[in-house]
Ligand binder design. Structure first.
Ligand SMILES: Cc1cc2nc3c(=O)[nH]c(=O)nc-3n(C[C@H](O)[C@H](O)[C@H](O)COP(=O)(O)O)c2cc1C
Length: 373
C-alpha cells in the first residue's frame, strides 16, 4: 500500500479516521526554511470539519504538533514529523457498517483486499487522512516561497448543476475564495451553491462538483518527462484525493472539440527579452514541463457516498437490507476539499522544484553544447 508521494520532497501519511492520531513524515525539505506551527495550522483550519454549517458536524480542532525536524523556527533538513490528534471519534456510529458496506464507499473493496478493515469511520479511506496532506502541503508552500513567488489558489467552480463564473486567474486569492462558505469567488453563484448544499443536507442526500486551481509564479522548466510529466504528476496527485472523478488541465476535455487553430498558444515577444505564449489553452504545461504561464487545472468530485436516505443494498453476508447511514458526514466535499487540492498541488510543485535544481547546477565548460548560453 503506497502512503507516500514525491521522490525528493517525499511525504508519507499515516493514521486511520478513528485511531488516536493522524500525521505525516515530510522528508527532503531543505534546511533553514522558516516554519512555525501557525504556518501549518492556517491551512489545516481551512480544511477542518465542523467549521461551517456546510460540513460534517464532527468537531476536530486539528491542532498540529511538530514532532521533529524544526528548531528555533527553522527546518533542520531532517525528516519533519507532524501529528494531529483524532479527538471527536464516535465508533458507535459505525456499528451497523461492520455488517453492511456503504454503497460506493471503500468498505467493500478494503475488506476484499485486506481480509479485514479498520473497525470504524472508513480507516485510511476517510477524508480524515487528507488533514495530513494539507499539513505537508503547507510545508511545501513554505519551501517554495523561500525560492520563488509561487501562489496556489483553488476554488469551487461548480456544484450540482450550478456553474460559477471563472475569476481572473491572475488576481483570485484565498481571501476572496473564503469570503463565502461555499468557497466560490463568484458572488452570484456562491449563495446558490450554499443553498444547494443545504438542500442536499436537509434531504439526507449529497451533491458533487468541480474545483478549479491556479498556480502562479511557477517558472518555466519544472516537470520530468516522460513518465513524471507535471501534468501526469498533478493528475496522479489530484486523483488520489478521496471522491475525485476527473482531472482536466488547461482547456481540458473541451480541447478535444477545438481545432488546432483555436487551441494553439502562439508565442509573442516577452518584455525584457525572450518569448512567451500569448494565450494559455495548455494550462501552463507543454510536453510535461511548465512554460512559465499560470498552471490551471480542474478536479471533478462525486457526490458523497454516505447519505442518510434509505438505499436498497446488501450486507456482507448477502442479506438484502435497507441502509440509512448514521454518523456525521459532509453533504458535499467541495468547500473542504479546496485546501486539499492546493496542498496536493504544492506537494507536486515542491518535488518538481527540487528536481529542477539538478538541471540548474553549473556544468563543466567542456560539457556545454555549442548553442548553450
Ligand atoms: C474533504 C473531503 C470530505 C469527505 N467527507 C466525506 C464524508 O463525510 N462521508 C463520505 O462518505 N465520504 C466523504 N468523502 C469521500 C470519501 O472519503 C471517499 O468517497 C471514499 O474514500 C471512497 O473513495 P472514492 O470515492 O475515491 O472511491 C470526503 C472526501 C473529501 C475530499
Amino acid at each position: 500500500m503506497s502512503s507516500s508521494i514525491g521522490t525528493l520532497f517525499r511525504v508519507t501519511t499515516f493514521g486511520e479516521s478513528h485511531g488516536r492520531a493522524i500525521g505525516c513524515i515530510v522528508d527532503g525539505c531543505p534546511a533553514r526554511i522558516p516554519l512555525s506551527p501557525d504556518d501549518i495550522q492556517t491551512q489545516l483550519n481551512r480544511r477542518r470539519p465542523g467549521a461551517s454549517a456546510l460540513s460534517t458536524p464532527r468537531q476536530e480542532t486539528d491542532a498540529v504538533t511538530i514532532l521533529s525536524g524544526v528548531e528555533r523556527g527553522l527546518t533542520l533538513g531532517t525528516p519533519i514529523g507532524l501529528s494531529i490528534p483524532n479527538a471527536d471519534t464516535r465508533p458507535a456510529d459505525y456499528a451497523e457498517m461492520e455488517a453492511i458496506p456503504r454503497p460506493s464507499h471503500a468498505d467493500f473493496t478494503y475488506a476484499e483486499k485486506y481480509g479485514m478493515r479498520a473497525r470504524s469511520g472508513g480507516g485510511r479511506a476517510s477524508a480524515r487522512e487528507t488533514a495530513a496532506r494539507v499539513a505537508a502541503g503547507a510545508i511545501a508552500e513554505k519551501m517554495l516561497a523561500a525560492f520563488h513567488p509561487v501562489e496556489i489558489v483553488a476554488w469551487v467552480e461548480a456544484a450540482g448543476d450550478i456553474l460559477a463564473q471563472r475569476p481572473d486567474l491572475g488576481a483570485v486569492t484565498r481571501a476572496t475564495v473564503d469570503a463565502s462558505p461555499a468557497r466560490c469567488p463568484d458572488p452570484a453563484a456562491a449563495p446558490r451553491i450554499v443553498a444547494a448544499i443545504e438542500s442536499a443536507r436537509d434531504r439526507g442526500d449529497s451533491i458533487g462538483g468541480v474545483i478549479a486551481c491556479v498556480c502562479r509564479g511557477v517558472p518555466a522548466g519544472w516537470g520530468e518527462p516522460v513518465f513524471d510529466k507535471l501534468t501526469a504528476q498533478l493528475a496522479r496527485a489530484m486523483m488520489s484525493i478521496p471522491a475525485t472523478r476527473g482531472f482536466e488541465v488547461g482547456a481540458g476535455f473541451a480541447a478535444a472539440r477545438m481545432r488546432g487553430s483555436e487551441h494553439n498558444d502562439p508565442f509573442t515577444a516577452r518584455p525584457g527579452g525572450g518569448i512567451r505564449p500569448a494565450s494559455n489553452h495548455c494550462g501552463g504545461i507543454q510536453g510535461g514541463i511548465s512554460n512559465g504561464e499560470e498552471i490551471f487545472f480542474r478536479v471533478a468530485f462525486k457526490p458523497v457516498s454516505t447519505i442518510s436516505l434509505p438505499q436498497s443494498t446488501a450486507a456482507f453476508d448477502g442479506t438484502p437490507v435497507t441502509f440509512e447511514a448514521k454518523g456525521r458526514h459532509d453533504p458535499c466535499v467541495l468547500p473542504r476539499a479546496v485546501p486539499v487540492v492546493e496542498a496536493m498541488a504544492a506537494l507536486v510543485l515542491g518535488d518538481a522544484f527540487l528536481h529542477q535544481q539538478i538541471q540548474l547546477m553549473p556544468r563543466p565548460a567542456a560539457a556545454r553544447p555549442e548553442n548553450s548560453p
